[in-house]
Design a protein around this ligand. Structure first.
Ligand code: NAP
Length: 479
């Protein structure tokens, strides 16, 4: 069988490694960029780090004794993925600079085409195209008239000097909070345009000493234990309770965020402007230290009036004030509902993914879609997202894919896709559960679809683990 993996980010590298381990030799990875790394290649903003502990945000089969900190910086994470791709033979089977634009299932196989017209065929396609991938530019009048430099947080322009200059940041998500914290002491003036305040969970980010790293090298089981314990902690402390809005654990998280705000922000007026009106963890929780200190610096200013427009000299808010700026950073998030799109995908009987997803992207068990046989989406629609390690999610998903692929290997069928009935049942149950999650308690966030319903896996993480471990083969249509 021939496999095509689309994307050489965290999930694509993983899929290629695990397919080879499972004995499949004919595996090719297509990557539109010149290097592997996905989101860690694309995001290079100052302060970039992962708020999931590094020994948890690592592949289970490639633990890393050299992580510098509990939460390591982005450049180190990018180096880790580059290294794993190299060591496990993924780089050599990756076609860099080749973007797949079309996938069509015909005569029992997938026919793929890249942007430059190169064609390929595969029996199985694994789309590892990422979630937080397509930058969302804000729809602000006059943005293109700005005389200074303006760029999205995921497209940081390192040629633009920021030291000593007047820098505006739009947004208060995880990216903006990391950026503001990192640049506040460097810039001349920092203006943060906040549309909605965020709850911020304090954290502690100690460096690992050389002795600790040597200990990890000598005793890898110590890293395994950290990974296991952290996974357990994230499951019990969050991923298993998102559907129980009355959980005392969620209340405790809320209380910690309140205490963080109240202990760190001195000025009562500023404190109230920074205080969200919704529950902690309704939006994806920001986990960070130093933000409140940064925004209270004498050179920093929080602007809560709405942005009216951007002008050549800066940002004008609806109160008529012009905030003069040299640089404008748009930390305004991503088109999270695109998934494999804009790739054109056509399944059996001519069904088009764009049509199937006309009312929102959905996937049976977070991986597959009716009409699209042997097509698996890692970190696809309806999967677990949020404050958790997406590596653990992808590893479980790859286990599931391998179990289905085994059906093909054993010759029970040539192609399989979830039945329409199975999809409808799953979706009805998912929708009902989504309404009861913490994400539905009254805030706007990227977790919500256009009707306001959370799209992420709304069940416990334990259930996700079980579902991934034991695919319901009877839910699949075989041809
Ligand atoms: P985000 O969470 O979607 O935040 C976007 C921000 O931009 C929000 O504050 C939003 O305000 C604001 N915004 C959007 N359009 C606007 C407009 N037209 N005018 C004013 N404000 C506007 O994006 P993000 O911060 O890039 O984070 C996305 C996700 O990436 C995170 O939730 C997380 O999953 C991941 N991430 C993870 C880490 C990590 O450490 N693991 C770090 C960075 C990012 P509203 O709230 O009012 O909509």
């Amino acid at each position: 069988m021939r496999f095509v993996v689309i994307g050489a980010g965290m999930a694509g590298i993983l899929a290629a490694i695990r397919l080879r381990e499972a004995g499949f030799d004919d595996v090719v990875v297509y990557e539109k960029a010149a290097r592997p790394g996905g989101t860690w290649r694309e995001n290079t903003y100052p302060g970039l780090s992962c708020d999931v502990p590094s020994h948890f945000y690592s592949y289970s089969f490639a633990l890393n004794p050299d992580w510098s900190r509990r939460y390591s910086p982005g450049a180190e994470i990018q180096a880790y993925f580059t290294d794993v791709a190299q060591r496990f033979g993924v780089t050599e089977r990756t076609r860099f600079g080749q973007e797949i634009v079309r996938c069509a299932f015909a005569d029992g196989r997938w026919h793929l085409e890249t942007k430059d017209g190169t064609k390929d065929v595969a029996d199985v396609v694994i789309a590892a195209t990422g979630v937080l991938h397509h930058p969302k530019m804000p729809d602000i009048e006059g943005l293109d008239t700005f005389a200074g430099a303006a760029f999205h947080s995921a497209r940081w322009d390192h040629a633009v000097p920021i030291d000593g200059r007047r820098v505006g940041v739009v947004g208060t998500g995880s990216s903006a909070v990391q950026i503001v914290t990192a640049i506040a002491a460097r810039v001349g003036e920092l203006v943060l345009f906040q549309r909605t305040p965020q709850w911020i969970m304090p954290t502690h980010n100690p460096a690992y000493s050389e002795e600790e790293k040597a200990g990890f090298r000598a005793h890898p089981e110590a890293m395994e234990e950290i990974r296991r314990a952290t996974s357990q902690q994230f499951c019990d402390g969050f991923a298993n309770i998102i559907g129980d809005t009355e959980s005392p654990i969620l209340q405790a998280m809320h209380d910690m965020c309140v205490a963080h705000l109240e202990s760190k922000v001195q000025d009562p007026a500023l404190r109230e402007r920074l205080r969200p009106s919704y529950r902690a963890a309704c939006k994806r929780l920001v986990i960070a230290d130093g933000f409140y200190e940064a925004i209270q610096r004498p050179n920093a200013r929080l602007v809560t009036e709405r942005i009216a427009r951007v002008e050549p000299a800066g940002v004008r808010t609806t109160d008529g004030v012009l905030h003069a700026l040299d640089v404008l950073v748009l930390a305004t998030g991503f088109h999270v509902d695109w998934f494999v799109r804009p790739m054109q995908v056509t399944g059996w009987d001519g069904v088009r993914l764009d049509d199937a997803w006309a009312h929102g992207a959905t996937a049976y068990m977070s991986l597959t879609a009716p009409g699209f046989p042997n097509f698996f989406m890692l970190n696809g629609p309806n999967g677990p997202v949020g404050n958790f390690s997406l590596i653990e999610v992808a590893e479980l998903q790859v286990d599931y894919v391998l179990k289905l692929v085994d059906e093909l290997r054993r010759g029970t069928c040539r192609a399989l896709a979830p039945s329409g009935d199975a999809m409808a049942r799953f979706d009805a149950e998912r929708r009902a559960a989504a309404k009861k999650t913490i994400w539905s308690t009254g805030c706007r966030s990227w977790y919500l679809d256009e009707t306001g319903l959370p799209t992420a896996w709304p069940f416990t993480f334990d259930r996700f683990r079980t579902e991934m471990g034991t695919p319901r083969l009877e839910d699949y249509e075989r041809r």
